[in-house]
Design a protein around this ligand. Structure first.
Ligand code: S0N
Length: 281
């Protein structure tokens, strides 16, 4: 169905109400939507924004009613324009505690490791740190007004982490160097041609199409998707990627009779009997 969901704002599990973001859930559907809500700043993030994003992605991860997450920006002008340059200090972005932080890096990792698909729904600008955010999402669905690019070298910054490695994997070394060295912007269609995003749709169809993709994913096996996400991450993310994949193997093994025999024997103070379990070829 192409009907738009009814978005509801769940009661917060903990902490103060959000100021810089929105956290919504679709009524009767396993979709969460996280929206950066600073359209007057083209959805640039400051430390508070990032702290709230961390909480929201944790909610989505821990909520068994959520199977897929849409990540977006308020309005049609921007998905996210990166770090808020007005609060950039000598050691990162400065919040109300006067401490500089680059805490957006934690959110990048959080999105990567969240065991449910995260879909970037991009209208308008996805630039700077905002561009890196869409790249670390599992899928990107863009409106035809979307604009992609890195601005770092123009404003005295760069993201040498996922911002480089992920980009080179997505679009290749030559294109990645072009994108960073020239710091020019690319249309949605150009981004599509480069393999940077999954699809382009008319702006007025953006949410509708994104929700169709969510519903298709939700018809599939959540465990298969969880394993596939960690498998696709594994080779890219080194030890951390292997740990994520391996954690899923342990999670599955815990449910087996073989693992249960080990635990039960320990609790009963006897030797485990693994003799009945096959040594598969
Ligand atoms: C997005 C752009 C292209 C939009 O242009 P447009 O539509 O003409 O709007 P503007 O009039 O320019 O903007 C409207 C209002 O919004 C403010 N604004 C926009 N973006 C930002 C921003 N990023 N920070 C603060 N304010 C912003 C404008 O100032 C304007 O305000 P008013 O109405 O009061 O004049 C255009 O706005 C643009 O180019 N924006 C800047 C994009 C940019 O350079 N972003 C920062 C890039 N760097 C990062 O994101 C760093 C990422 C990071 O955190 C990091 C991660 C890992 C390692 C290192 C770093 C690191 O910090 O270096």
């Amino acid at each position: 169905s192409r009907e738009l969901p009814v978005w509801t704002q769940p009661a917060m599990l903990s902490g103060p109400p959000f100021e810089d973001i929105l956290y919504e859930k679709a009524q009767d559907e396993a979709i969460a939507k996280i929206t950066i809500n600073r359209p007057e700043r083209r959805n640039a993030f400051r430390p508070l924004t990032v702290m709230e994003l961390k909480r929201a992605f944790d909610y989505a991860r821990d909520d068994p009613e959520v199977g897929v997450v849409i990540f977006t920006g308020k309005g049609t002008e921007a998905f996210c324009s990166g770090g808020d340059q007005a609060v950039r200090g000598k050691h990162g972005y400065v919040g109300s505690d006067n401490i500089g932080r680059l805490n957006i890096l934690d959110v990048q990792v959080q999105i990567r490791r969240l065991p449910k698909p995260v879909i970037a729904m991009v209208a308008g600008y996805a630039v700077g740190g905002g561009h890196v955010l869409h790249m670390v999402c599992d899928l990107t669905i863009a409106a035809d007004n979307a604009v992609f690019g890195q601005t770092g070298p123009k404003v005295g910054s760069f993201d040498a982490g996922y911002g480089c490695s992920m980009m080179a994997r997505l679009i290749g070394q030559k294109r990645a160097r072009e994108m960073w060295f020239l710091a020019r912007f690319y249309s949605a269609q150009e981004a599509m041609n480069m393999g940077l995003i999954n699809t382009v749709v008319p702006l007025e169809k953006l949410e509708e199409e994104t929700v169709v993709w969510c519903r298709k994913i939700l018809q599939n096996s959540p465990m298969a998707i969880r394993l596939l996400k960690s498998a696709l991450n594994a080779v890219e993310d080194g030890h951390a990627g292997l740990q994520e994949l391996a954690g899923n193997a342990t999670l599955l093994f815990y449910g087996s009779d073989e693992a249960i025999e080990g635990k039960t024997a320990y609790l009963e103070g006897r030797k485990p009997d693994f003799s009945k379990f096959p040594r598969l070829p």
